[in-house]
Design a protein around this ligand. Structure first.
Ligand code: DP6
Length: 327
């Protein structure tokens, strides 16, 4: 039977950069994110005796041997759980083409967990699905629940999972994503995180501060205080990039354009537009503001040269099944 799932990507306000257990992908600190309605992965899975091996394709994109192997290993984990012997065909489509440079591992593994576990009739709770997605790629566990999501750090496979702290309707926030480069990450995040843990002198202090900032962020969320929320987002973004830049060899994800946008964000705030930035493992900048300020932010953004694409995201619902299959 073919099963298809859709999963949103997410932007972390307190980030995940480093593990305390590599095999289980247990994070060194808890994190909090917003799911993105315009950046999604759709995945169709079919397990069947007609398949001689697992196959994975991304429509309109190439898949490396490493990516094939990572998906196939992941499917084997599910096969074991379901006591199934069938191989699978997996076809995915990202709403954001690879040329936008956004990592698809969060939405990708979330969609795969939901579709593959359902195809194997595993009937998992949201918590179990989040745990399963985490084992594929850490940030994927935050793409299972709806809206605004906390990934509880935990200290075992069963206690480290994500859950919704607020539905998408709780706060009309925007993530205005500015794509400035389609350049692919040269160092995969898993490897980058290990290197940071081993070599960055700021690795530990950042984790300690992220742990202190998380409860403060949650308090600011209760009040829907964008200024408090935004300042925490920027703090942890800068902290994480300091860790990356002080890794050996250094991970410089920013481009000159990234810094130009950061400096503009400060200016725009001085001019009265409440907007804050978040940056993941790449040069692209996520601008966080309230829905009422979307227009004024876009007007400011349009004056900056060299932005390839702008994606305006609202808070999204989490991973779910749909009836339109990709093959
Ligand atoms: C920079 O989830 O890609 O996006 O668990 O090793 O697959 P693995 O890492 P991954 O890490 C992405 C981290 C980040 C920040 C974040 O989303 O919290």
């Amino acid at each position: 039977m073919k099963i298809t799932a859709v999963a949103p990507a997410n932007i972390a306000f307190i980030k995940y950069w480093g593990k305390k257990n590599d095999n289980l992908r247990l994070p060194a600190n808890g994190s909090l994110s917003m799911s993105l309605d315009k950046c999604t992965t759709t995945t169709t899975v079919e397990f069947d005796k007609k398949y001689r091996k697992d196959s994975f394709e991304i429509l309109g994109d190439t898949v490396s041997d490493k990516e094939q192997a990572r998906v196939s290993n992941y499917l084997s984990r599910l096969r074991k759980m379901a006591k199934s012997k069938f191989f699978a065909r997996v076809v995915s489509r990202n709403s954001f083409p690879k040329s936008t440079g956004i990592a698809a591992s969060a939405s990708g593994f979330a969609a795969l967990s939901v579709a593959a576990s359902s195809a194997l009739e595993l009937k998992l709770s949201e918590k179990k699905l989040s745990i399963l997605a985490r084992l594929g790629s850490g940030s994927a566990c935050r793409s299972i629940p709806d809206g605004f999501v906390e990934w509880r750090e935990g200290n075992s496979n069963e206690t480290s999972f994500a859950y919704s702290i607020y539905p998408p309707s709780y706060w009309d926030l925007r993530d205005i994503l500015l794509i400035i480069s389609a350049e692919q990450k040269r160092v995969p995040t898993t490897r980058g995180q290990e290197a940071s843990r081993e070599t960055s002198i700021f690795y530990r202090p950042r984790i300690d501060q992220a742990r202190r900032l998380l409860p403060l962020l949650k308090k600011a969320f209760v009040k829907k205080n964008l200024e408090e929320v935004g300042k925490i987002i920027e703090k942890d973004t800068i902290n994480m990039h300091c860790v990356m830049m002080t890794t050996n060899p250094p991970l410089f994800y920013w481009s000159p354009k990234t810094l130009e946008i950061i400096k503009n964000v400060y200016l725009w705030r001085e001019e009265g537009v409440p907007v804050y930035f978040a940056i993941d493992a790449g040069p692209n900048v996520h601008l966080i503001c309230e829905g009422g300020n979307e227009k004024s932010v876009l007007e400011k953004v349009k004056k900056i040269k060299g932005i390839n694409k702008i994606i305006v995201n609202k808070p999204a619902k989490g991973s779910h099944l749909i009836n339109n299959h990709l093959f």
